[in-house]
Design a binder for this molecule. Structure first.
Ligand SMILES: Cc1ncc(COP(=O)(O)O)c(C=O)c1O
Length: 402
């Protein structure tokens, strides 16, 4: 989480550029801003890393995925296949554009599997909102096969996977549109921020208007711009974008260090019986923000987690019990506790959210323990962590056998 690890002169310089002019708004004020266009620079940095033709910075990863869905043409009454393991923003975005989430199975990549998608397809399926979880990536060859075969619209929520790629293509760029989060807990942070990417000009143009009340940003007078589509305010401010610029420039370096430490941890932990790892569909493209341990059974994982807690081992997530990342705890979706009526309540849910049959997902996420990789670790830190993890696993598995 570099925002908490690396924050210094570069970030201050970019923010000070904005503070000196006082132009906190991303559009217009060409003369007063003294050449500083931080949102545009942030977008340019994202394009440099991902190779995206178009990038559009927004207020959050949540608004970026919502905009990606809308710009891709997904809306009221459309069935959209989603994973039951993701940050809840993905599902909220689908619901709030009026679409109907259909939950499908994930596999050991921690992402939707092609087989899971195939089994969830109905005559009403419009698209897939694929989520690349925990810094990694889905198995894109098999997923693109099913997406193309069934002519589905693919939107990628790469909220946790900025700077990860699969066989040379960056996550977010396989489908119609993709999104990254730059909140405080990501490989790079803007404080709060998100970026939509696409290689499709029309999709970009819609996203650009949609995220700013429909403004098409043509001409010098804001109040006189055309509004080709209805939109809302999902704009990023220049201060957040300024932080995003400095942080995004750090990403290649962060990714390199993360990969080194993840590799070290993986090699050290591989020697401990009972420890396995999630599948990385393309190890060369891993952004390596997490080491994802897969224990042999959910019981072994839970015993290990208890042992971590008893022994003071910190820095891990056991997503199976997490309130925001796993469907088992999403009571507000299951019971449709909504502030006001959504399309899904009007037309009816496509599945019984209280009786979903997702045994593979339950098993994989039950076995998963993720450690965040820190680019400011030393090699000694990594050795020590590996020793502590191994000791806890050995103890937990012995207790489990008794
Ligand atoms: C997969 C995924 N999508 C979307 C988001 C939402 O991003 P933000 O917090 O920037 O709104 C997150 C945040 O954790 C995420 O992990």
């Amino acid at each position: 989480m570099p925002g908490t690890e690396l924050f210094g002169a570069e970030e201050r310089k970019e923010v000070n550029d904005v503070l000196e002019t006082g132009i906190l708004f991303r559009y217009g004020h060409d003369v007063q801003r003294n050449g500083h266009w931080k949102a545009k620079e942030f977008e340019a940095e994202v394009k440099k890393i991902t190779g995206a033709k178009y990038a559009h910075a927004m207020s959050s990863g949540s608004t970026a995925v919502a905009t990606a869905l809308a710009a891709a043409g997904i809306g009221a009454g459309d069935e959209v296949i989603v994973p039951p393991f993701t940050f809840i923003a993905t599902i909220e975005a689908v619901l709030f554009v009026g679409a109907l989430p259909v939950f499908a199975e994930v596999d050991e990549t921690l992402c939707l599997s092609a087989d899971g998608i195939r089994k969830a397809i109905t005559t009403k399926t419009k698209g897939v909102c694929l989520v690349h979880m925990c810094g990694g990536m889905a198995d894109m060859d098999s997923i693109m096969q099913v997406v193309n075969e069934h002519k589905l619209i693919l939107v990628e929520d790469a909220g946790q996977a900025f700077a990860s790629s699969y066989k040379g293509t960056y996550t977010g760029l396989f489908g119609k549109a993709g999104s990254y989060s730059f909140d405080f807990f990501k490989i790079a942070t803007a404080g709060e921020g998100g970026v939509l990417v696409t290689n499709d000009e029309d999709t970009y143009n819609i996203a650009d208007c949609y995220s700013d009340h429909g403004h098409n940003h043509i001409g010098a007078k804001r109040g006189m711009e055309q509004h080709p589509v209805l939109g809302f305010n999902y704009r990023i401010g220049e201060l957040n974008a300024a932080v995003g610029v400095a942080q995004t420039r750090r990403v290649p370096q962060i990714r390199e260090v993360n990969r080194k430490y993840k590799q070290m941890l993986t090699e050290l932990l591989s020697k401990t019986p009972g420890i396995g790892f999630a599948t990385i569909a393309d190890p060369k493209g891993d952004s390596a923000t997490f080491l994802n341990i897969l224990m042999e059974t959910p019981e072994a994982a839970l015993a290990t987690v208890n042992e971590f807690n008893n022994s003071g081992v910190a820095g891990f997530d056991y997503w199976f019990l997490n309130m925001y990342h796993f469907i088992n705890q999403w009571d507000h979706i299951k019971n449709m506790q909504t502030a006001s009526k959504l399309t899904v309540e009007l037309v009816g849910a496509p599945q019984d959210y209280n009786d979903l049959q997702l045994p593979k997902t339950q098993n994989v996420i039950g076995r998963l323990i993720s450690f965040g990789i820190r680019c400011t670790w030393t090699e000694e830190d990594v050795q020590k962590l590996a020793t502590n993890i191994s000791a806890c696993v050995r103890k937990a598995l012995k207790q489990e056998l008794v």
